[in-house]
Design a protein around this ligand. Structure first.
Ligand code: PEP
Ligand code: MG
Length: 570
């Protein structure tokens, strides 16, 4: 059976399905088995919670750091509190099952902490919610698949791929990824590309169709999966997989080559990363810098805010790994599709148009300043960090961020802490508003980076994760192309550097246009670095300009797409 979805990460993977289903924490059908039995179940559950959490803490200590693991050891201590335990036992005495007892006591504490103004207390509420969910899943026996112990050749089948799923994931055991939701630029897609695993997203009814152990082929380049393939199909795809591997290997010759076009004009070719650990991969990929560090992943995969030290360590590590090369770090881009539960953000009718990214951060200066200080300090030695603001829509936002940055500098200077006094501050151009006032923003910013993932979404008024409207979601739409062209020209006129860190920077069809307009820097996922370098080297300035003129004279995305495809393949 052929399953069609969105091609999100190149390559072909063959293996057996491992389904990661969402856990149900519904205990309404669990019978009450008497005081003693329920108390024994509760204690066994708490013990199991301790064992699992401490194993998780050990893993995180090794892979992420001591601070992060302390969150988990703290949770074990909370649940070991004799008072909390006796409250659960009292609930059982009153005639409810272990699950209901755990739920009611945890919920009571979570509500109590959540109602307090203090940030620390609110974080504790998030911890208790996390304890509640994990303890309930243990008691109910629905605790999910252990992704660190997958057998080799697993095809991960899930509703979506989240950052926490990728912690501890043994990449070498995963053949491919299939998800039921997400578009080309969703976080599932970005994570799959960062892991360099083939992925097909938004496969309709996938979680009903695929069972654990089913044979699966995933063609991440074509957006197709084959469920329980026959031998012939398997052989065909094995050949395709080999071809893909050979093509990838052939790009190796570009690893140490400069990024120049056929005339010798130089471009910067950077990589996008989501964690300090990925900076190593980026450095090995042949990238000449980091064009986007998505710091929200540092905030997402945990139950409380990363403090200044945790943030400093992450940014400093990237700065060191990329010493002598530019590192553009984007400040917290929270909200929209990126929920962070412990921040207690309110549910919104239109989260993509809501209180998110720079808007949220400027309204929480105490939280934002922690990040700005960590960034200023992390750049003190190498002086290679640049700060980038997400979702800018007006000049006031840049000014307000700059004011906070200046306040942070002053505080650091007063405390005698070293920092980079000349750190550059730039804006992502990812909203139509920012694109329309690019000339005004250019006067306030040290650099621009075009975020085509959101710029396409907002310009076309099309949800980037919604497969039903995927047809309209293309950077080759004339509206998006005009917008990109105007931004680059505005930056050139103002004399500031302009890059692109949205996924379109790796689109070979768009390259001649970006080059002709004068884009300075391309930032792509590490897996796309070498192919992008090879593609840039094929164009002369004259050819790129001719193709750009022709493409910009066309009035439909289909026309532009057909024309550019033909030009690229010439
Ligand atoms: C973008 O919007 O183009 C971008 C690079 O940011 P993100 O994908 O994280 O929204
Ligand atoms: Mg964006």
């Amino acid at each position: 059976m052929i399953l069609k979805g969105i091609a999100a990460s190149d390559g072909v993977g063959l293996g057996r399905a491992v389904c990661v289903r969402e856990e149900s924490l519904d205990y309404s059908q669990v019978p009450y088995s008497g005081k003693e039995t329920e108390k024994a179940r509760l204690l066994a559950g708490i013990e199991e919670f301790g064992a699992r959490t401490s194993a998780m803490a050990d893993r995180i200590r090794e892979e992420v750091g001591q601070k992060e693991s302390e969150i988990l050891t703290g949770q074990i201590a909370m649940l070991a509190d004799p008072f909390m335990r006796s409250q659960m036992q009292e609930a059982i005495d009153a005639g409810v099952c272990a699950e209901a007892a755990a739920d009611s006591v945890c919920t009571m504490y979570a509500d109590m902490f959540a109602g307090v103004e203090d940030e620390m207390m609110r974080q504790r509420a998030a911890d208790i919610k996390d304890i509640r969910a994990r303890l309930l899943s243990i008691l109910l026996g629905t605790a999910g698949v252990d992704l660190s112990a997958l057998p080799a050749g697993s095809v991960l089948v899930a509703r979506e791929l989240t950052p926490s799923m990728t912690v501890g994931l043994k990449k070498e055991n995963v053949a491919a990824i299939l998800t039921a939701t997400g578009g080309k630029t969703s976080h599932s897609a970005i994570l799959a590309r960062a892991l360099q695993l083939p992925a097909v997203l938004s496969v309709p009814k996938m979680l009903e169709l695929v069972k654990d152990g089913d044979g699966l082929i995933v063609d991440g380049s074509e957006g197709v999966a084959v469920l329980n393939p026959d031998e012939r199909t398997r052989s065909e795809y094995l050949i395709k997989q080999k071809e893909f591997q050979e093509k990838t290997a052939a790009l190796e010759i570009y690893r140490d080559q400069p990024t120049v076009d056929a005339d010798g004009t130089r471009y910067s070719l950077y990589a996008n990363i989501g964690s300090a650990a990925e900076a190593e991969t980026a450095a090995q990929s042949g990238a000449e810098g980091i064009g986007l560090f998505r710091t929200e992943f540092l905030f997402m995969d945990r139950t409380s805010l990363p403090d200044e030290t945790v943030q400093f360590e992450a940014y400093h590590a990237v700065s060191k790994i990329m010493a002598g090369k530019e590192v553009i770090i984007r400040t917290l881009d929270v909200g929209g599709d990126k929920a962070i539960e412990y921040l207690g953000m309110e549910k919104e009718e239109n989260p993509f148009l809501g209180h998110r990214a720079i808007r949220y951060c400027l309204d929480r200066p105490e939280l934002y300043k922690v990040q700005l200080r960590a960034l200023l300090r992390a750049g003190a030695e190498e002086k290679n960090i640049r700060i980038m603001l997400p979702l800018v829509t007006c000049v006031e936002e840049v000014r307000a961020a700059r004011d906070l940055l200046e306040q942070c500098k002053k505080e650091l200077a007063e405390a005698g802490i070293p920092y980079d006094a000349d750190i550059a501050l730039g804006a992502m151009i990812e909203t139509p508003a920012a694109a329309l006032i690019a000339d005004l923003l250019a006067k306030e910013c040290d650099f621009f980076s075009i975020g085509t993932n959101d710029l396409t979404q907002y310009t076309m008024a099309v949800d980037r994760g919604n497969a039903k409207v995927e047809k309209l979601y293309s950077p080759l739409q004339p509206a998006v192309l005009r917008s990109i062209g105007n931004v680059i020209v505005a930056a050139k006129e103002a004399g500031i550097p302009v890059g692109m860190c949205g996924e379109a920077a790796a689109d070979p069809r768009l390259l001649p246009l970006l080059m002709a307009w004068g884009l300075d820097e391309f930032s792509v996922s590490p897996s796309a670095v070498l192919a992008t370098r090879a593609n840039i080297r094929r164009w002369t300035g004259t050819d790129a300009a001719l193709v750009t003129d022709e493409a910009m004279g066309l009035s439909t995305a289909t026309g532009v797409e057909g024309y550019l495809r033909a030009s690229v393949n010439k």
